[in-house]
Design a protein around this ligand. Structure first.
Ligand SMILES: Cc1ncc(COP(=O)(O)O)c(C=O)c1O
Length: 400
């Protein structure tokens, strides 16, 4: 059992989470269950659009839409003008890295982690071939996290960006984001931090982290609707970066042959968006802030540790989480058990878990000699009883 001192009223949170009642949801690193107020916010906006049309509906909630930037800024310790709302973490990451490409010269280097998410690396490899730059994977230390000393050794005048996933998709690992930020600052190299799995799970303070850019999604630990994400761009970087593409929202066509980009982070946004989903994101962020992200982190990390403890009792099971600090993502393999069959079996028992595969983090899987791991990711609304049930199912499930 986990000892919970977070102060979160789990019963109340579950009562306000419609999805909790039909399923043991342990795929929060995929997409968490939204709260009833998030769901209502989205549905109400869609109904308003159906009644008055999407444009008038947007006008009617303009103030609430503007407040979403304030909420996200508060979550990050940033200013609202440093926030761009986009449709995914990948789009946020891409806007930062394809913009930064204008600073790349042949022979430059992109320094990134070995546990990086595939989409992040795909963008860098595409840029590497376009600009004749090299992607360098910083090795892990003995614990499995990015080796900060090795990074310090690697940084030189060819380094154009340091980019890292704080929490990777395929492991409970929490990378040393602030220590990496300190190296980046010391060296004067821009730092792009992927906080996709961290937003809503860990407290975030962009100044303490020392990042210049931060990308995240809404649908994971923040419990927001799918199709939402955001990019933080440090004030000093906004006007130095030309977005890879711009539209009538990001820029103005000021004369026959001239455009003027916005002077805030919204130069990285698109004009068209789901207002309903963005209001849902705002409601989800406000909920996390009201609960307190410190309290959320305490409960999620506590449940994660407690699940690892329980899993040790399952015959043939090997925990696959690495790192000096671990989070609510718990990964494992079971001898002679096909992960897909196991996840399907669990689904049959109304337990949602997922499978992380080499396609999502090739470098990390290759270096560990793995092709797939099972991933059970907890949130604060999960309970000890749910974890017991899941582990008992794993223990007793017939093995092929
Ligand atoms: C670490 C990490 N970065 C980025 C992403 C991509 O997020 P999105 O699907 O919102 O683009 C994921 C998704 O699982 C992720 O785990």
């Amino acid at each position: 059992m986990s000892v919970d001192t977070s102060g979160i009223d789990v019963g109340r949170e579950r009562a306000d989470t419609p999805g909790c009642h039909g399923v043991v949801h342990l795929n929060n690193a995929g997409a968490a269950l939204p709260t009833r107020p998030v769901l209502d916010t989205v549905i109400e906006q869609l109904e308003l659009e159906a009644r008055v049309g999407g444009y008038m509906a947007a006008d009617l909630v303009a103030e609430r839409s503007a407040a979403v930037y304030d909420s996200v800024a508060r979550l990050l310790g940033a200013a609202p003008e440093e926030i761009a709302l986009v449709e995914s973490a990948t789009r946020a990451w891409d806007m930062a890295c394809y913009s930064l490409a204008s600073t790349f010269r042949p022979g430059d280097r992109i320094l990134t982690s070995a546990s990086e998410y595939a989409s992040n690396v795909i963008a860098f490899l595409q840029l590497a071939s376009r600009h004749d730059v090299e992607v360098v994977f910083v090795p892990d230390d003995a614990s499995g996290q990015l080796d900060v000393a090795a990074l310090r050794e690697l940084v030189d005048d060819r380094s154009r960006v340091i980019a890292m996933s704080w929490i990777p998709t395929q492991s409970g690992l929490v990378n040393p984001a602030a220590a990496v930020g300190a190296v980046a600052r010391e060296a004067g190299v821009p730092y792009l931090l992927d906080a996709c799995q961290a937003a809503g799970q860990l407290p975030i303070d962009v100044d303490a982290l020392g990042c210049d850019f931060l990308s995240a999604t809404g649908r994971k630990y923040l419990r927001a609707p799918r199709g939402t994400g955001f990019l933080y761009v440090r004030r000093a970087w906004i006007e130095r970066l030309d977005p890879p593409f711009a539209d009538v929202h990001a820029a103005q066509w000021t004369a026959g042959d001239r455009i003027a980009l916005r002077d805030d982070a919204r130069r990285f946004e698109s004009w068209e968006r789901s207002v309903a989903n963005q209001l849902g994101l705002g409601a989800a962020v406000d909920h996390a802030l009201a609960l307190g992200v410190d309290a959320i982190a305490e409960r999620v990390l506590g449940l994660g540790a407690s699940l690892r403890e329980r899993l040790r009792a399952v015959p043939g099971l090997t925990l696959r989480d690495r790192g000096a600090q671990q989070c609510g993502i718990v990964t494992f393999t079971i001898a002679d058990v096909d992960p897909y069959a196991c996840a399907a079996q669990m689904r049959g028992h109304h337990v949602n878990i997922s499978v992380s595969t080499i396609d999502f983090a090739r470098r990390d899987f290759e270096q560990r000699g793995l092709t797939a791991v099972l991933r059970a990711s907890v949130h604060y609304y999960n309970t000890d009883e749910e974890l017991d049930r899941f582990v008992e199912l794993l223990r007793t499930a017939p093995r092929a």
